[in-house]
Design a protein around this ligand. Structure first.
Ligand SMILES: N[C@H](CCC[C@H](N)C(=O)O)C(=O)O
Length: 282
């Protein structure tokens, strides 16, 4: 199977052009290629496919083989792939995902995509004044205790679930301990959850670390950055445009009140092209 290794702010995936390759058992292939010792090494697998309703279709799988509804860093890299590898010459494209059709603007320099702006759609919430616990889409600043630590949590969905917790200092979070406690709290999150730990630096800047559903700590999470900025806005901690500092780089997030849409701008990088034998796995 031919692939291209790419990353967005260090959130790295194995990308497969399914116009040319066939991947039958994507979950198992994701587990295999993601292994950083026996495979290629990545946070998961992303398939680039044709779509009946958009220019392209993206299917994303976490390193544990579970399928995510959407991937912010991944969709920027899909946009870079389809432009740089000649599948399109359009600088505005649409990509079908399990979280709906997303619209992207490519910033091209010297014939290659450098950064991408994604309309990430509306943060999925229930009426904020009625923090409905049942569907967990959004609960404002709920006090929650995990592993003996008290947290202030807001839940926002970007098509995939996010639990955002506000902390004094992200560098002090024992994420290997705290992350799984949120991820696997099936009573609150029947489909598990991504968890973002947020330190507000000022009204336009936050630090973020993330424990991703199905992947563990990653260096960045695009949907998580959007969900986190929206949680900051709801809790009146930031303005509508926020620079998010992640372990792997920075993302610019903007909330458009008129449209009630989150916009994300960030880089996309090709690392290398390769080929791997998936006989017996696919
Ligand atoms: N782990 C996520 C999918 C990847 C999201 C993240 N890598 C991003 O950039 O948005 C989930 O299961 O919902």
């Amino acid at each position: 199977m031919k692939f291209t290794k790419m990353h967005g702010c260090g959130n790295d995936y194995v990308y497969v052009n399914c116009f040319k390759e066939e991947v039958k058992n994507a979950g198992a292939v994701s587990r295999f290629v993601s292994d950083r010792h026996f495979g290629i090494g990545s946070d998961g697998l992303i398939l680039i496919k044709s779509s009946e309703v958009a220019d392209f279709k993206m299917a994303m799988y976490n390193s544990d083989g579970s399928e995510g509804e959407m991937c912010g860093n991944g969709i920027r890299c899909v946009a870079k792939y389809v432009y740089d590898y000649g599948l399109t010459d359009k600088e505005q494209i649409s990509i079908e995902t399990k979280a709906g059709i997303k619209h992207l603007e490519l910033q091209v320099n010297g014939g290659k995509v450098e950064t991408v702006t994604v309309d990430m759609g509306s943060p999925i919430t229930t009426p904020a004044e009625v923090p409905v616990i049942s569907d967990r889409d959004i609960v404002l600043a709920e006090k929650i205790t995990k592993g003996g630590m008290d947290y202030e949590m807001t839940c926002v969905s970007m098509g995939n679930p996010h639990a955002i917790v506000f902390v004094e200092d992200t560098s002090k979070v024992e994420i290997e301990k705290a992350g799984p406690l949120f991820e696997n709290d099936k009573e609150r999150f029947p489909n598990r959850t991504n968890t973002e730990f947020i330190q507000v630096l000022d009204r336009g800047t936050i630090n973020m670390r993330v424990w991703e559903r199905g992947a563990g700590e990653t260096l960045a999470c695009g949907t998580g950055a959007c969900a986190s900025v929206y949680a900051c806005i709801l809790n009146e901690k930031t303005d509508d445009e926020v620079l998010v500092h992640l372990l792997g780089g920075d993302l610019k997030i903007r909330y458009d009140r008129e449209k009630n849409h989150m916009f994300m701008t960030g880089p996309a990088t090709v690392v290398f092209d390769g080929e791997i034998d998936i006989t017996g796995i696919e």
